[in-house]
Write a protein that binds this ligand. Structure first.
Ligand SMILES: Nc1ncnc2c1ncn2[C@@H]1O[C@H](COP(=O)(O)OS(=O)(=O)O)[C@@H](OP(=O)(O)O)[C@H]1O
Length: 297
């Protein structure tokens, strides 16, 4: 077994196999076992760096695959319909789940099951522009029990850029997955695509999954995946009460593009632009950092 390395700056975190975990929310044994996890050809994995639209994709994919909840899954939470592969919080026997099994993960590409890396099953990777991720992450840190709150955004930014937050740096996660996408049956989609045209994004996801929805079904999926619907749907924000120290209802906080401007200074934003250029310069990915004029109300 590899070594567990504490993160000096944050007692809630540790590193294992090069990835930053929340100490009390994982075990090294579970991570090691994943290498041999038996992936079915019909399995669908939704993967995202934290605060990038993970729960949103859980909702969309489970609505698509569960025929708008008509098979009884409306009575269960997103976290049960599409459990985390790295932490079995809902205590399910994954080998007994009917196909198609849905899974969710925040893991880097190199820690997911080996056969997934050999193109068995499908991966939908959702990525969000790093500035909005940072803003969302900063607020989230203040809501949950398993995180050390930063006194201000500047402090958070330093910690964040050093990778001393859950899941390490956004840059490593996104670059890692994107650069290794050829190893997977892979759909890369951005949070901003979902925001700007949810209906087209749902169609794109359906095409990737080989699912055909009629117009009515499509509208239902879209309607139940809007920010407004999800904020009041008790099955979406299914994290346990004790996970939150405050503002559980604000997990669905703003759900928009460009909120980073409310928290970042110009200097901080320019510094991130520079790092972005250095780390992402060669990758053909484009993120939207502002709501385009034509989409503004
Ligand atoms: N339907 C819908 N539409 C628009 N935005 C949405 C939606 N659902 C979730 N969200 C926003 O996604 C952010 C949370 O990301 P994650 O689900 O990845 O968080 S987590 O890592 O699983 O805790 C968080 O972003 P912020 O609002 O910027 O904090 C959520 O509000």
């Amino acid at each position: 077994m590899a070594e567990i390395v504490p993160v000096a700056e944050d007692p809630f975190l540790c590193q294992y196999k090069g990835f930053t975990f929340v100490k009390d929310a994982f075990t090294p044994e579970d991570i090691d076992l994943l290498e041999k996890f038996e992936v079915r050809g019909s399995d669908i994995f939704q993967v995202a760096y934290p605060k990038s639209g993970t729960i949103w994709m859980q909702q969309i994919v489970s609505l698509i695959c569960n025929e708008n909840y008509r098979n009884g899954s409306e009575n269960t939470t997103n976290a049960v319909r599409s459990p985390w592969i790295e932490s079995n919080f809902s205590n399910q026997d994954y080998s007994k789940r009917p196909s198609p099994r849905l899974f969710t993960s925040h893991l880097p590409y190199y820690l997911v099951p080996k056969s997934l890396r050999n193109k068995r099953g499908k991966v939908i990777y959702v990525a969000r522009n790093p500035k909005d991720v940072m803003a969302s992450f900063y607020h989230f840190e203040h809501m949950i029990t398993l995180a050390q709150e930063s006194p201000d955004f500047e402090h958070f930014l330093k910690k964040y850029l050093a990778g001393h937050v859950f899941a390490g740096t956004w840059f490593d996660h996104v670059c890692g997955w994107y650069s290794n996408r050829e190893d997977f049956n892979f759909l890369f989609i951005t949070y901003e695509e979902l925001i700007l045209d949810l209906r087209s994004a749902v169609i794109k996801i359906c095409q990737f999954l080989g699912k055909q929805l009629d117009d009515h079904e499509l509208e239902k999926v879209v309607e139940q995946s809007t920010f407004k619907s999800m904020k009041v749907d008790p099955k979406t924000n299914a994290m346990p009460e004790d996970f939150f120290k405050k503002d559980k209802e604000n997990f669905f906080r703003k759900g928009t593009i460009g909120d980073w401007k409310n928290i970042m200074t110009v200097a901080q934003s320019e510094m991130i632009d520079k790092i972005y250029q250095e780390k992402m310069g060669d990758l053909p990915i484009k993120f939207v950092f502002d709501i385009p004029r034509e989409n503004q109300a």
